[in-house]
Design a protein around this ligand. Structure first.
Ligand code: NAD
Length: 471
């Protein structure tokens, strides 16, 4: 065990020891943000929201800067903690993912007001906070979702109570504590960001129906988004995806091969936007496979594909049905998964490549692991049709490698997704090696797309009649 792992363990133990707090009557709270009871967490966040309303915009900006500074200094610690606690992904990739959320999530500049002036005077449109937000976070991106959501929600003037996935409760509590330290240091109120120490499905449901929760921001699989949407509250829902990646005969195949391995193997494919199936035009399929193998993919034979499928799929997806993957293999390394079927491959292997037919369950099931199906089709139009079908209408993310602008445009329209990446790895769509800002809550079912501070605001208009058009 290296020193960092030991120090991570010590930090976790220390945090857990000091975590159990409820609000004393005099509100003299400890300000860790971590509570044993969801009701106490919500009460504390409500108090924090009221205090936050009295604070200047400049202080709000300083709070965001300090959150970025302190989380950046702890990136390696939280990445290792998350990997150790959840057993998912690769901590080195989580460092990249966390840094992306810390540095590229927009702050208060995203809620600048707009003004309209004409013959009738001046109208100002400002963005107001909702209040206390209830946020449910996934096991797959446990820390970056909390960081990115906290930055956006605070920049917009809200407070937030997180109900993290139970399998990431320790790192979430550690992080919430850290965020509150950063907020207090910059002059913000206590418990602006809260969570509970022992999150459960029940506590998530309590959060969803609590009268003091103004809106819900839910990031997870299909079940939780459906439950939230039945809560009667406004929901910003970020659900599952099954991003297809189409490669046509005009693509730069060497680049496509590298980009696909890089994107699909990033954090062992646990991110919802990662490439989940490749659909390639037959004339370039063999070349694409060769390029992928040069970049860390290992191709399985027919017998190995059969065994891997039995191992990793519990409920086979198909046309019109999402299916389900075996959770025991979600986010695991490629060589670990290969080992389970008696196949020994180098630990440096990033992706298991499986050429299959179009009806194969690997194509239709969101697996969240480095097992990549590849389907060969006769032409690009067939590829686009299949891509639309196996994305299941989630409208989440799709990727295409092509130099044919007409086909790029055709696929972008046909997919109708929150994110469409052209000629790059999937993570370019989140601002890593691609233009634009980052977020790890991509609200496809409710339509907000890649969320940001302004997503967490109510628009308010103020009109002055006849005056203040001063030109
Ligand atoms: P999950 O659905 O198992 O859990 C997500 C959260 O919902 C957890 O906090 C969990 O405790 C809670 N939850 C689950 N079922 C619930 C229920 N019935 N009632 C109340 N709460 C419930 O998902 P996961 O395995 O942690 O994350 C992976 C899934 O999330 C994938 O499907 C992935 O595509 C999706 N995801 C989507 C986005 C996005 O931005 N669209 C981002 C990350 C993950």
């Amino acid at each position: 065990m290296d020193n960092l792992e030991e120090s991570v363990r010590q930090i976790v133990e220390e945090v857990i020891k000091n975590m159990d707090i409820s609000i004393p009557k005099d509100n003299d709270v400890k300000n860790t943000g971590v509570f044993t009871d969801i009701n106490n967490a919500i009460d504390a966040a409500e108090l924090a929201f009221k205090e936050f309303g009295k604070i200047t915009l400049e202080t709000r900006k300083n709070i965001i800067s300090n959150i970025r500074k302190i989380t950046l200094a702890n990136t390696e610690v939280i990445s290792k903690m998350a990997q150790e606690e959840t057993g998912l992904g690769r901590w080195e990739d989580k460092v990249v993912k966390n840094k992306l959320g810390i540095l590229k999530t927009p702050g208060a500049e995203d809620i600048n007001p707009e003004a309209y002036s004409d013959d009738y005077g001046l109208t100002l449109v400002e963005r107001a906070p909702y209040g206390v937000i209830g946020s449910i976070t996934p096991s797959t991106n446990p820390t970056v979702t909390i960081i990115s959501n906290a930055i956006g929600m605070i920049a917009a003037g809200n407070s937030v109570v997180f109900n993290p996935h139970p399998s990431s409760k320790k790192v979430s509590a550690f992080l919430v504590n850290l965020l509150n330290k950063a907020i207090a240091e910059a002059g913000g109120p206590a418990n602006l960001v809260c969570c509970i120490a022992e999150p459960t499905i029940e506590s998530a449901k309590d959060l969803m129906k609590h009268p003091k929760i103004a809106i819900l921001v839910v990031t997870g699989g299909p079940a939780v988004v459906k439950v939230a949407m039945n809560s009667g509250k406004k929901v910003i829902g970020a659900g599952p995806g099954n991003p297809p990646c189409v490669v046509d005969e005009t693509a730069d195949i060497a680049k496509a091969g590298k980009d696909i391995v890089d994107g699909a193997s990033f954090d062992n494919n646990v991110i919802c936007i990662c490439e989940k199936e490749i659909i390639v035009v037959a004339s370039v399929a063999d070349r694409l496979k060769e390029e992928m193998k040069k970049n860390g993919a290992y191709e399985l034979n027919e017998d190995q594909i059969k065994k891997i499928t039995e191992l990793v799929i519990t409920e086979p997806g198909g046309p019109g049905s999402e299916g389900a993957a075996n959770k025991n293999f979600v986010g695991k390394n490629a060589d670990f998964i290969a080992n389970q079927i008696g196949l020994s491959i180098p630990a440096s292997t990033r992706l298991l490549l499986c050429e299959v037919g179009r009806e194969h369950p690997l194509v239709w099931t969101e697996q969240l692991m480095p097992v990549m199906p590849l389907v060969r089709v006769k032409d690009v139009d067939t590829a686009i049709d299949l891509a639309v079908e196996c994305e299941h209408g989630f409208r989440h993310t799709a990727i295409m490698h092509s130099l044919n602008i007409a086909k790029l445009s055709k696929m972008a329209k046909a997919m109708n997704c929150s994110i469409f990446i052209k000629n790059g790895p999937s993570y370019a769509g989140l601002g890593h090696g691609g233009a634009g800002f980052a977020s790890f809550t991509i609200a496809s079912p409710t339509g907000e797309g890649v969320t940001r501070a302004r997503t967490f605001t109510r628009e308010r208009r103020c009109t002055l009649v006849d005056y203040f058009r001063i030109i």
